[in-house]
Design a protein. Sequence first.
Length: 398
Amino acid sequence: MRRIYLDHSATTPVRPEVAEIMLEYLTEKYGNPSSVYSFGREAREGLEKARGQTASLINARPGEIIFTSGGTESDNMAIIGAANKYADKGKHIITSAVEHHAVLNTCEYLEKKGFKVTVLPVDEHGIVRTDDLRRALTPETILITIMHANNEVGSIQSLEEIGALAREKGVLFHTDAVQSLGKIPVDVKKMNIDLLTGSAHKLYGPKGAGFLYVRKGTKLAPLVFGGGQEKKYRAGTENIPGIVGLGKAMELAGQEMATEMPRLEKLRDRLINGLQERIPHVKLNGHPVLRVPTNVNLSFEFVEGESLLLSLDMKGIAASSGSACTSGSLDPSHVLLAMGLCHEIAHGSVRMTLGHSNTEEDIQHVLDEFPPIVERLRHMSPLYRRQRKECAECIRKK
């Protein structure tokens, strides 16, 4: 059976080039980077090379990159670290209703510790209105944390506007860029970003490796104590194989973005248009233009998303209903609800995210297999049968 992977926003396969460099540091250059002898120096060289590769993709300095275990830890380090460090200046944090739970749950934790959190609404496309952000700012605001590209619907926030406003007001600006890195340009200087989160396994690197960009001059209170690794922000011996894999993945992403993303954008648009043409009652979620080149999120009325995913899986097609971190939940997506979708429509949503391995043939196969699945599931739905009956009665009356 043909197998098609369309869940690259959940995770990506490790590229051979990445696996090769990781294996070298697992089996040959395995020293502790804090050691002074040659084994340690080899590991340290790999560590610092990866720091430079990572910094290059976002136009940062190598010394501004702190390696972590992934996006969740980086979000926690940025938000809690900034809150604890600048609490004497104020205890107000601003975020948005469509953030990843690594941000939202961290903000909820800080609320219990006495901080005030403002959660901004979004428009129907999942975009934060800059005017809402401006009105939310107070003299007590110390941090704005708003993601770059949404992990569920792919909508891209206007970071340049947000960053300019944060800089104007003297407020720290953090962005979770896990879903935008390697897909669209990210420039921490141009966007006035103080803190930025990235993760390796979203762009063909290993799981368990990520980073936090910390602009020079920005201070954070550490969350992990011990040795002096990572400028004392993150104690513990560095995961060198994972870090060199991350660095290689970032380097490859930077080299290929200009050619690979236009290719995937064409496949994305063909998939969106093809499904909307073949299946009635389908809604595109997220901004129609300001979205990452890899994201397709559609709601199918009168169908449950879970049933769709299981049926697709039986055909060898892997997709998702939203964030992989909440895939076990029966609740509808908080992102779609924040965008104004009702529970019924939100429950019928499917996210398909493309990657390097996907081809024109893959898209055609999905376009062939998807409509019969939806048709079969709708005929099993009492809501769909009632809707068809009402439509037939309307036609007879006319």
